[in-house]
Design a protein around this ligand. Structure first.
Ligand code: ZN
Length: 351
């Protein structure tokens, strides 16, 4: 128990979430994923397209959107996925998707673009006013930045995890290239040593890195890094214990308390946290306003993260056992209380 010290934050945005719907509803569904979002202080989530089927056609996209409209507890915006076999769908998808997700490296699911020809088509076809978000690791960060520069358009680099990557992005920004980036809490708070301790529960893409990489990310927290995004990627404990466990860890309910703990340690200010988790992601993706929306957080409350208290269907966290500061007490969305002390009294609508 600790002193009660309540602040109001604006509704937070998580620009990188896997709701596993359609096709992976045993890991997470729209209801459980958006419940986890609200419990973590997020009133908007941007859902990734590597579902089954993937969101690479207008029909699959519409089905996912319609489903989310009926079941989501907070606002859900969907990415379209880039696929070599479906580039003809891009103009249609561009009208409705919040952005295009391009997978340049292997991760969970079949979406991956290997060839430069398809990458060029994506960067040429996708409207300049809509973000392209790239999963590119190592030298592929340079490829993504080069494509953006050549097409005089913006690109967003997902889950930056390495010193070389964040330093390249800093140089590209200084050179006037329209690149933005996100980092995840797991890459800010965990290292390869944690990956060894956690085994499959510490395995995700990009993989956890060295302490030097973590230190480099923190040294760019006030400058190069544009947003914190969780890359919430739930899998069941059973799947994680199989012989070839899928990569990915959940993050929606631990992101804000971890970042508030960093605030309490003086590593960043509350104002900077709001920029990273609300203002800048809203601006990058041009999200519509959410009037009369706020998150009431008890920032004095110290607690231990426990698997049993989570809303995510997967029911575990790589941060289980960590002592953190900050508990979301209540969430108001467009004038309605949608979360209060573990309960969900209202239902949000999807934009
Ligand atoms: Zn992801």
């Amino acid at each position: 128990m600790a002193r009660r010290d309540t602040v109001r934050l604006p509704g937070l945005v998580d620009a990188h979430v896997h709701l596993r719907t359609p096709g992976g509803e045993h890991k997470e569904d729209v209801r459980s994923g958006t419940a986890a979002a609200l419990a973590g202080g997020f009133t908007s989530v941007l859902a990734m397209p590597n579902t089954n089927p993937p969101l690479v056609t207008q029909s699959a996209f519409h089905a996912a959107q319609d489903h989310a409209e009926r079941h989501a507890l907070c606002d859900v915006h969907h990415f379209a996925g880039a696929s070599s076999d479906h580039v003809a769908e891009l103009p249609g998808l561009a009208r409705e998707a919040i952005g295009l997700k391009v997978y340049m490296d292997q991760t969970y699911g079949p979406l991956r673009i290997g060839g430069l020809a398809t990458l060029l088509t994506c960067f040429r076809t996708w409207p300049v006013g809509k973000p392209i978000a790239v999963h590119g690791e190592g030298a592929n960060v340079a490829v993504a930045i080069g494509l953006a520069a050549a097409h005089r358009r913006a690109v967003h680099i997902c889950h930056v995890s390495r010193q070389s990557e964040i330093e390249l992005i800093a140089r590209a920004k200084a050179a006037g290239i329209a690149v933005t980036c996100e980092v995840t809490p797991h890459h800010l708070f965990l290292t390869q040593a944690d990956a060894e301790r956690l085994g499959p529960l510490g395995d995700m893409r990009p993989r956890l890195a060295t302490q030097d990489d973590v230190d480099a990310l923190w040294s760019h927290i006030h400058t190069t890094i544009d947003c914190i995004a969780t890359d919430h990627a739930p899998h069941t404990l059973f799947e994680k214990q199989e012989s070839t466990p899928p990569p990915g860890v959940p993050g929606l309910e631990t992101s804000l308390p971890l970042m508030l703990t960093a605030v309490s340690e003086g590593r960043l200010s509350t104002d900077r946290l709001i920029e990273l988790m609300h203002t800048t992601p809203r601006a990058i993706y041009g999200l519509p306003p959410q009037p009369d929306t706020w998150v009431e957080v008890d920032i004095g409350h110290t607690r231990t993260i426990e698997d049993s208290g989570l809303q995510t269907k997967c029911g575990w966290s790589p941060f289980s056992g960590w002592v953190v500061r900050g508990t979301v007490r209540r969430v108001q969305l467009r004038g309605c209380t949608v979360y209060r002390e573990g309960e969900f009294p209202g239902v949000g609508s999807v934009v």
